[in-house]
Design a protein around this ligand. Sequence first.
Ligand SMILES: Nc1ncnc2c1ncn2[C@@H]1O[C@H](COP(=O)(O)OP(=O)(O)OP(=O)(O)O)[C@@H](O)[C@H]1O
Ligand SMILES: [Mg+2]
Length: 113
Amino acid sequence: MKKIEVIIRPEKLEILKKILAKNDYSGLTVMSAMGCGHQKGFGSGEFQKLNLEMNLLPKLYVMTVVWDEDLEGILTEIVEKLSTGNVGDGKVFVSQMEDVVRIRTGERGEKIL
Ligand SMILES: Nc1ncnc2c1ncn2[C@@H]1O[C@H](COP(=O)(O)OP(=O)(O)OP(=O)(O)O)[C@@H](O)[C@H]1O
Ligand SMILES: [Mg+2]
């Protein structure tokens, strides 16, 4: 299993939900976030040169866990459908997920995703 943490423009949430639903995933966690990337939250390279402090912008943080075999397809679709071509589109962080437990039943492992 892989955990994907997707940081997106808030208006892109519905598209991301559609991508996950289409791939048969129904579980996800969404949090409001503030953040910045290479541009330190400013739109243009000029601001970076001035070495200004970081300007945090509103983003959404979406966490979901997927089967290994679905990872590449989902990443491809995220890039295809969420890229605007402008800075600030976000990032996807991928990591290994060791285990998952359904609290109601105690079941474990990737079958319960
Ligand atoms: N290295 C990072 N670690 C944690 N969060 C990050 C990192 N880089 C970006 N983020 C998160 O992703 C959001 C969007 O980042 P952003 O798309 O601006 O990244 P970028 O690397 O500057 O790419 P781009 O040049 O396309 O803007 C940030 O507001 C922040 O929440
Ligand atoms: Mg950026």
